[in-house]
Design a binder for this molecule. Structure first.
Ligand SMILES: C[S@@+](CC[C@H](N)C(=O)[O-])C[C@H]1O[C@@H](n2cnc3c(N)ncnc32)[C@H](O)[C@@H]1O
Length: 457
């Protein structure tokens, strides 16, 4: 069998309470399915689509199971803030880290929505609509410009769409109140791809490459208005459901690896998180339009900074190195064997062969160890970390990242309470399929997602 890992059945024997069915799938544990799909219809969570987010139900089940009374919840890889929003709704103190500034805008705005004044928001939305409708029907000359440095292979917005987008941006740029401005920026960012000549397939690509027509004209203002109305409704929902004294989440626009400077030792009760998977999904490339249009990037150098900070790096950034090995912090023989097996694969393919992918996997597990060390430091005694992670297939080799993460955690003195598998096949496998390496392997291997439950002794 073409794996460096034992079969799924064999992988589980050393963790209590995890059942394995005959078909080789693990049993449903105490947590709800972590897939993001259900968020699309739930207040606040529905604001921003995010391909790699997890479900609010999963977070709610985690908070219910592990916390009693006001506690501190940490999400080291906050994404668009699923954990943080639910922690705030439940009245907890919420802290997050996230390197992508667009995701930070989303998570901060969502997890402070109970502090936005509904009447002011409604009033501003009405003003937006009267400004937009008179500008779009007249000879309005836009002051905003498309972001300098934002280069795309094809035209990102068709001219008629671009004119409307610039009208929207003119209004946003005149807003002086920070919280309202953030709501409007987010409404634009959440909808901006839907009227562009690009779409998520699931990686961001030109519509024409996916066999779709370019968008020559579109009701841009109406689309932004509908999003704003949804946000207005949800702000009212948040104000109803969240005690006004609950603090908004603190979201650091920084790598979690700086957490030792931001979070005191032993202060976190529960970590609920999902780091990037070992699937090379490119968060920065897929949010490039948002980063430029929101003014967070002016050129490639700004994206390179994000690439360098990314958990596990990207294959593109490490594939050319001769040999990236495991750090001393990864004291697990099985992982070392796996990496060396991977390195021996397809050596004739140069950077596309095993060495490049072995470098990528080694970097990933080095960062798993950094994560474990840092998470352990922040947790109080008996505090829990729930880490949602998917397995991977690189060069036809199945890599049980959940079990390897657990082994690394164990070697650093965290107890591995369990590995739960809420679902046997991964929703969002298409993220994996979009990549270059799995085509042969995916038919013979099983992709799953796991919740690794760790506890500080
Ligand atoms: C799987 S997503 C998390 C999604 C999140 N659970 C949600 O529901 O929105 C992983 C996130 O980790 C972020 N990230 C990557 N490297 C990071 C780092 N070193 N520190 C903090 N965040 C990082 C990525 O930008 C991405 O948003």
């Amino acid at each position: 069998m073409n794996e460096c890992a034992p079969t799924i059945q064999e992988t589980l024997f050393d963790f209590a309470d995890t059942n394995v069915s005959e078909a080789g799938s693990r049993s449903v544990g105490p947590y709800s399915d972590p897939a993001f799909a259900s968020n699309k219809s739930f207040p606040v969570h529905r604001w921003v689509p995010w391909v790699a987010g997890f479900s609010r139900e999963f977070v709610v089940s985690a908070l219910d199971k592990h916390l009693a009374g006001r506690s501190t919840v940490l999400d080291p890889f906050a994404g668009v803030g699923t954990t943080l929003v639910e922690a705030v709704v439940a009245g907890h103190e919420a802290v997050g880290f996230e390197i992508n500034p667009f995701a930070v805008l989303a998570s901060r705005t969502k997890a402070s929505a109970h502090r936005i004044r509904s009447e002011s928001l409604r009033d501003m939305i009405n003003r937006f609509w009267s400004f937009y409708s008179s500008a779009v029907d007249g000879d309005y000359v836009c002051k905003s410009e498309p972001p300098h440095g934002f280069r795309t292979r094809g035209e990102f917005y068709s001219p008629a769409v671009l004119h409307k987008v610039l009208i929207v941006n003119d209004f946003i740029n005149h807003l002086r109140q920070d919280d309202l401005r953030d709501v409007f920026r987010l409404a634009f960012a959440a909808t901006m791809i839907s009227y562009s000549n690009y779409s998520y397939e699931p990686s961001l690509s030109r519509r024409v490459s996916a066999g779709k027509q370019d968008i020559h004209d579109f009701p841009v203002g109406e689309t932004v208005l509908a999003k704003l109305r949804e946000m207005e409704t949800d702000v009212a929902w948040m104000r109803e459901h969240v005690d006004g004294t609950t603090k908004p989440a603190t979201v650091f626009n920084e790598s979690f690896f700086t957490a030792h400077r931001k979070v005191d030792t032993g202060t976190v009760d529960l970590v609920v998180t999902s780091p990037p998977y070992l699937n090379n999904y490119h968060y920065n490339r897929n949010t490039r339009p948002h980063l430029y249009w929101l003014g967070y990037a002016n050129g490639n150098k700004d994206l390179l900074v994000l690439e360098r900070q990314n958990f596990g790096k990207y294959w593109q950034t490490v594939r050319n190195s001769d040999h990236i090995g495991l750090d001393d912090t990864v004291r697990v023989d099985e992982i070392a064997e796996c990496i060396s097996q991977l390195r021996s694969k397809n050596t004739h393919k140069g950077v596309y062969g095993g060495n490049g992918w072995a470098n990528y996997a080694a970097t990933y597990f080095n960062d798993c160890a950094r994560f474990v060390i840092s998470a352990k430091r922040t947790l109080r005694r008996r505090g829990t970390a729930l880490v949602v992670i998917g397995n991977s297939i690189l060069q036809g080799v199945m890599i049980p990242t959940d079990r390897y993460l657990a082994k690394i955690a164990d070697s650093h003195g965290l107890s591995v309470v369990d590995i739960h598998i809420p679902r046997s096949t991964r929703v969002g496998n298409s993220i994996i399929r979009s990549d270059v390496r799995v085509h042969k392997a995916e038919t013979s291997h099983h992709l799953y997602e796991a919740v690794v439950e760790l506890r500080k002794r």
